[in-house]
Design a protein. Structure first.
Lengths: 519, 170
């Protein structure tokens, strides 16, 4: 994206035209989907989806093992694969872990992942009433609907969004990168100031190495291995893998022990009728929230849960006391956010959440930079992502309903065996990036820094986004100023850039205004 | 027993301002470049923004009379320092003993520390996991995991390629 020349989009028609146009909207879409199906329905790609979903469900079922951490420590396995195969594995883990976070939330009132925090409000009371099987069944169906609806929506809308992005020039790209950082800082922690500092530190780390505009080597202090910069995947493994591990050791890794027998997992027709409205509505809202950079599954599930509560008057049992619609709303909302998060990731190259930031890194290892250009140069990859993610959710439905008896036992898996292996994977994963110890040391430093920052209330997600958005912001800011002779008027001259920058100011000041209004 | 750390927000802001000062000193030597913005421009913009937010953080904590106190529990600190120390020892030792021995040693020590009490179980799992990772990464993913530089016994293992260890030992 930062390589894009500062001119409008050339000939060849819009992405939407190329995407839908040749055979009409339906015909183009269908031919694209057939291409995607052809790539995904290869034995190895399908096997990777099955492996990914299984790993995701296993890890998501264990409290404390987040989707981000799992994807971060396992991303190195994809380096030897084709981009499509790598994406299948990672998307499987992403969807599987996000879904499975609901299992411990329902059974032991401990969300497996932060996204499942709203699920426990009604899931756990259902479990206490002896309806754990029903709650897990509803969570499974709602997760499937949420994920599937979001995939359909993004398949239809992404090309049009990429089209809009094609008219972006340097000022708009700079504004967009800045907006991405501000909105992430404002939604990812209690303090916008700490979020911004975290994001700016990420941007600063990204300046190490060769300057993108004139090729000057910065901040290497005479060490040649710093010239290529800091690999942001190594930093991510440190921030989300090692820092999380250190945090777990600090809290003391302990073992849970539960025994639950599940029955009546598959929802009946009457139960489905009860949750369908809430599930479909939450799926759409979850997709929209997921598409906002930084607003991931946790925010989506709380918003959809609250909306469901608002829609349903005189609910019996009341929300918070074991209403299945509460479980359905939270689970469809958080799973729908995964598809939504792919929208800015694929169309703009701006990650929707921490997991999609790692997906960007995984694609960059293969020399692919997400952004509107992806829809022109890697159409097959884009379609395979859409088709593959749909298959992921089909498998989640199948594995969730048929394998629930197994997954509930995984909650008991002792962390004392798991964390040492995860720490080794952090080291091996960062070593695999370039086959050297420099990236391993970068990972260790990032892990230690991440642990300290987190302990002092600095959110880590903005730092990762800063690492990704930093180079985009720099090259486009400097290009804009070079074109305008140093005048900031170039930003005022672009209504789109101005609008995005104004949105950035709103996103920075909104939490402060909201707090003042509340008080 | 815990050690109180007060005013952590102000301390962090002070460290950030020192970092900003260092950025401006280091970038002072950067060339201007042929265009309006040189290589120093962007790091200084980031530094300036960090300084602004650090000052806001200080002002906020002064206005709110927030001492942002933390109690650093020495036991908890030890629980973090030991795994971190084990990782550092693991990474340091890898070029000297090779991936396999370093990984087996690290896993064994970490599992014992994590509460796996049976020696045979810890050792068996450590050897098993290290071998699986060695095969997956070296054979399947072609990652040049380091071999023992004194005696590359790993080559005696079945199906281990003779791939060089470029990037690590030169």
């Amino acid at each position: 994206m930062d390589e894009r020349p500062d001119v409008g989009h050339g000939s060849g028609g819009s992405i939407a035209e190329q995407y839908y146009g040749y055979h009409g909207m339906t015909g183009g879409l269908i031919s694209g989907l057939i291409g995607g199906v052809g790539l995904v329905f290869q034995p190895f790609a399908l096997l990777l989806i099955v492996i990914g979903v299984t790993i995701g469900i296993v890890m998501g079922s264990i409290p404390g093992m987040t989707a981000t951490m799992t994807v971060a420590v396992l991303v190195s396995f994809t380096f030897g694969m084709t981009p499509t195969e790598g994406m299948m594995l990672l998307l499987g883990i992403y969807g599987g872990a996000l879904y499975a976070g609901s299992i411990p939330a329902i059974l032991i009132r401990t969300p497996g992942t932060p996204s499942a925090a709203a699920t426990l409000f009604d899931g756990f009371p259902m479990s206490e009433d002896g309806e754990a099987g029903k709650a897990i069944g509803i969570a499974t169906v709602a997760s499937f609907i949420g994920g599937a609806v979001s995939v359909v929506i993004i398949t239809l809308l992404s090309p049009s969004i990429a089209d809009v992005a094609l008219v972006f020039r340097s000022p708009e790209y700079f504004a967009l990168a800045f907006f991405g950082l501000t909105i992430i800082a404002s939604v990812s922690g209690d303090s916008v100031v700490k979020g911004m500092i975290s994001g700016l530190l990420g941007m600063l780390i990204a300046t190490v190495g060769i300057d993108p505009n004139v090729g000057f080597v910065r901040f290497t202090f005479g060490y040649d291995f710093l010239s290529a910069g800091v690999q942001f995947i190594a930093v991510m493994i440190g921030l989300f893998g090692l820092a999380e591990g250190l945090n777990r050791y600090q809290e003391g890794i302990s073992m849970l022990s539960i025994r639950q027998e599940l029955e009546n997992i598959t929802p009946s027709l009457a139960e489905w009728r009860e949750i369908r409205g809430v599930t479909l509505g939450s799926s759409v809202i979850g997709t929209i929230i997921g598409a906002i950079p930084g607003a991931g599954g946790d925010i989506a599930s709380f918003v959809t849960y609250n909306e469901a509560k608002r829609w349903t008057s005189n609910a019996v049992p009341a929300f918070g006391e074991g209403n299945p619609r509460g479980v359905a709303a939270a689970e469809s909302g958080n799973n729908a956010s995964t598809g939504g998060a792919l929208v800015p990731t694929l169309t703009l190259g701006i990650p929707g959440d921490s997991v999609t930031a790692i997906l960007i890194g995984a694609l960059m290892v293969h020399g692919i930079r997400p952004g509107p250009g992806l829809f022109e140069t890697e159409v097959d990859l884009v379609f395979s992502i859409f088709v593959g993610f749909f298959v992921v959710y089909l498998l989640i439905l199948m594995f969730g309903l048929l394998g629930a008896h197994i997954w509930v036992r995984i909650i008991n898996f002792p962390p004392k065996y798991l964390w040492p292996v995860i720490l080794v994977l952090c080291v091996v994963g960062s070593f695999a990036l370039r086959g050297g110890l420099f990236d391993v040391w970068a990972m260790v430093l990032a892990g230690a820094l991440g642990f300290l920052l987190r302990a002092d209330g600095y959110p880590l997600a903005p730092m990762v986004l800063g690492l990704i958005l930093g180079p985009i912001a720099e090259s486009n800011l400097r290009r804009s100023l070079d074109i305008s002779g140093g005048s900031m008027e170039i930003f005022l001259a672009s209504p789109l850039a101005m609008a995005i920058l104004l949105l950035s100011v709103v996103s920075l000041t909104f939490p402060w205004i909201a707090a003042r209004t509340r008080s | 027993m815990g050690v109180p750390v007060n005013h952590s927000d102000k301390i962090a802001a002070g460290l950030l301002l020192a970092l900003v000062g260092a950025i401006f000193i280091v970038t002072d030597d950067f060339p201007l470049g042929p265009n309006v913005t040189g290589p120093a421009f962007y790091p200084r913009v980031i530094g300036g923004l960090i300084a602004i937010f650090a000052v806001i953080q200080v002002v906020k904590s002064v206005v709110k009379e927030d001492t942002s106190s933390h109690i650093v529990d020495q036991e908890a600190a030890k629980r973090v320092a030991i795994p971190l120390g084990l990782i550092i020892a693991y990474v340091v030792s890898m070029p000297y003993v090779g991936f396999l021995i370093a990984t087996i040693g690290f896993l064994f020590a970490t599992m014992r520390y994590s509460g796996v009490n049976k020696v045979v179980q810890s050792l068996g799992l450590s050897v098993g996991v290290a071998l699986v990772l060695f095969y997956v990464f070296r054979q399947f993913l072609r990652v040049p995991l380091p071999l023992n530089p004194f005696f590359a016994f790993e080559r005696l293992l079945p199906f281990v390629s003779t791939m060089s260890v470029s990037g690590l030992l030169g």
